[in-house]
Design a protein around this ligand. Sequence first.
Ligand code: NAI
Ligand code: 5RP
Length: 299
Amino acid sequence: MELGVIGLGRMGQIVVDRTLEAGHDVVAFDLEPEAVATAADAGAEPADSVADLVDRLGDDKHIWLMVPAGGAVDATLEELEDHLDEDDVVVDGGNSYFEDSVRRAESTPAAYLDCGTSGGPAGAHLGFSLMVGGPEWAYDELTPVFDAVATGPDGHERMGPAGSGHYVKMVHNGVEYALMQTYGEGFELLHEGRYDLDLESVASVWNNGAVIRSWLLELCEEAFREEGTDLGDVADRIEGGSTGTWTVQEGLEQEVPLPLIYTALGERFGSRADDGRFSRRLANRLRYGFGRHEVPRRE
Ligand SMILES: NC(=O)C1=CN([C@@H]2O[C@H](COP(=O)(O)OP(=O)(O)OC[C@H]3O[C@@H](n4cnc5c(N)ncnc54)[C@H](O)[C@@H]3O)[C@@H](O)[C@H]2O)C=CC1
Ligand SMILES: O=C(CO)[C@H](O)[C@H](O)COP(=O)(O)O
């Protein structure tokens, strides 16, 4: 199969690498020439514009967008519009708002798959978990690519119609916020509490058979190992927040109470006003662990 990939940052380059490794062909474009050169080094055919990428793809084009959510997706779709027809398939693998995906599915001439992607750059070697919304025939057609980018055939699933993939990913991120918050609170109590504990050891022993073992807890262990049990100079400031905000808004709209996710979101906003909370400093460092997001450091 031949795949066009637009957006070759932390996540897009992994889509390129895994698709190539599975024996498919890739044509790659990014606004940054250096990113295109990296993809070309990995074996992709480089393109110097969206139009050039489309020209290099054959009939029945398959194109994966991995650009930042929002304006970049609309701008790319606008450039693609005149080159697409109903036999083509566009996948948006970014963290787009699900209602934007419904709108885009209606206005894009090609079949449109909204694909929630979880696993982050740190999970590249395992493959991602992919939550896909959109027409069934397009999902079936792209299955060889999903098999390659995901952990394998079990790592992707069609959730339902347009928007459902990004809807499920939005809720996933809300859960992610709450889990980070609760690990943060537990470790904050251990850090401030009665015993002089080595938190890397605590995380390690919990990761070996405990009820609360998880990948996020492994990333806690990594954070304590790399930053020290007091998290060194990791700042009390958590960036991000859009996907959690959408989750809370949807909870309000559906009248489904989400007190933990709301609190975790509130902690993020609160972290930007003052300095000193241990739980927020851990969440800050964990976002590097799974997403390779920049870690704001204390002065
Ligand atoms: N980093 C993470 O842990 C995860 C990120 N995502 C989502 O995946 C998407 C990409 O994220 P990252 O790779 O982390 O971002 P990134 O910032 O590392 O890469 C984005 C790339 O897109 C390129 N780009 C921007 N606008 C473009 C345009 N109009 N045309 C072509 N290229 C363009 C940039 O030059 C950059 O190379 C985002 O929607 C993000 O929310 C999803 C799951 C996990
Ligand atoms: O989707 C992700 C992980 O699953 C990305 O890392 C995302 O950036 C996390 O959300 P936020 O930026 O709001 O922390």
